[in-house]
Design a protein. Structure first.
Length: 164
């Protein structure tokens, strides 16, 4: 049983990390700093709904740390961690109240939480409170990208239910 759990976690971590690194190579869709699809969150959403919160947290933390190291953007670990943990906690609260057919909604709320976490970290790092003015732009992008990744995660979760 431990071997299966470890293998599943390693495969999902590798998938999330691969998606993260491939997404980094895609030119920005819009010329707004900080706006990206967040496709690796598809794996986080599927893991949260199908395998549980503990393994999901381990997959998320491994992706954040390894993604920051592999991409050479060590400072991004702070922003990814703050956004990722706030997103994770939000999804954890919603998990018991969301059906597989509603993952898209959990993804939108999680994306907004992620943006709030990143802005909070940016304010702490730069000591520039005016960055809060950027939050509405990130929230709009979070709604749109959260919907997209949520629908993708929902389709994947439906196909993978009972197989993970």
């Amino acid at each position: 049983m431990k071997r299966n759990r470890l293998t599943r976690g390693a495969l999902l971590t590798a998938a999330a990390l691969t998606i993260f690194l491939v997404e980094m190579m895609i030119p920005p869709i819009v010329p707004i700093p900080g706006v990206k699809l967040g496709l690796a969150n598809i794996i986080t959403l599927v893991a949260m709904m199908l395998i549980g919160p503990v393994d999901t947290l381990l997959i998320l933390l491994a992706r954040i740390l390894l993604g920051g190291m592999f991409s050479g953007q060590i400072m991004s670990i702070l922003y990814s961690f703050s956004g990722g943990i706030l997103c994770y906690l939000t999804m954890l609260l919603l998990r018991k109240h969301i059906a597989l057919s509603q993952i898209w909604a959990m993804s939108i709320v999680g994306a907004i939480a992620h943006n709030i976490g990143q802005i909070a970290m940016a304010i702490l790092v730069t000591r520039t409170w005016e960055l809060i003015l950027y939050l509405p732009v990130l929230m709009v992008s979070g709604i749109l990208t959260g919907l997209f990744t949520g629908l993708a995660a929902q389709a994947a979760a439906v196909k993978l239910k009972g197989k993970l």
